[in-house]
Design a protein. Sequence first.
Lengths: 200, 246
Amino acid sequence: MSTDPDNTEPGDGTVERALLNWAVAQGDGPAPHLSADRLGELAGSGGWSLAAPEEQDHLSKCPACLTTLSDLLAKDAGESTRVIPFPKKSRPVMDYGLTEAASTGGVRGPVTSHSAGGDFILRILPEKGRPERGLVTLETAGITAADTDGIEYTVKDSAGNILLRATLRAGRAAARFEHLPNIDLSRGWTLTATQDSEPG
Amino acid sequence: MINELPRALSDEEHKLISSFAQRIHRLYVARSLNSVVSVEDLIHCGIVGLLEARRTYKAAAGVPFLGYASQRIRGEMMDFVRRKVATVHIPQLQWDRVRAMRDAESELVGEGAQATPSALARRLGWTSKEVAEVKQLSPRLETPAPDRSDDLASSPKGPVLRSNDSPERHATDEEAARLVQECLDGLESVELRTVLIARVLHDTKLKDLAKFFDRSMERIRQMENQAKKRLKECLESKGIASDDLY
């Protein structure tokens, strides 16, 4: 039996799915919103009773404001806001990068892009004489290779195409890519670590 | 030309994307026998949603950035799941309305009259808007073949919608959201509604809500359970079950 006071009985998912569906349909939610400052004022002991009736009504209907409030309540309680679903907190879970030139119409020349978190470098190197093909490499930069060895990472372009899915060894991974003109980096690239990969 | 220096993901953004991805995967994908969507796929969608939020956010609109971003992150993930799902089960209530409209059309045509939207509205006692919404659903519905017993798409509950990124899909989603809103509005109090949404959508801890509402943790837990039960009963009374919701 779980001793976590927040553990609730798992249902069939009807209520959760219904609320998710509803939340997505709300878009930005009803205006006017509560400001960040106002939410900060309310995010404490007895905050609900400090809110005016129209503020209470808004909070009950606005997923965006309730998200912010929940985050502030957690901070007020001194809770960590980072959720790391992997065994070791030091391993990066997700990151992204932007390219220096808008890459619409595919990759036509070498690309070097640092991830926003500073931990990775993505390179795309077209093959000489066959520019539609090339090598995609991922290497560590701001972290030690040991932190990422054995972890599988997936790099995707803006359209969700997989550029590389490989396990890092000595801080590096590489893969051939056959259709460089199809790569879309117009809004950058993303990197995620596979959840159940273990160091090895 | 993209000139901006990329800003690293903040702890809050990281947590939002991680928790949304795991929740949506657990709710929609983990239960599906033929799922091809991973948590990592959803994290990718979350990052895309966040970058879009950073690009389009305007502080003047009054929404705090984290809340604004959360909607886009969640929306991007849900759009991805919906695109990947092969079929959408139409809730029985909606199917009943489609059949009622088709029957009314047949009647009007049989009487030599034209089945215009206004004629249908009069015959059915609906508003014009209701007729238009049901008409959007109607052309794309098909009843699954009876021998597809191993196909997740087949269901004794009713017909399925085969196209995902379509006006019909959006009409179904909007209708479902409208019914959920009706059920939320029917909860006894604003406080109950807030507890429910905070606990279910945001995993807000009981002790944080207890402090916020100045109530005991046990009372908050009771309120959550009460609200869940009421909402589920209301949804079922409107013909909506878990498999109908995407």
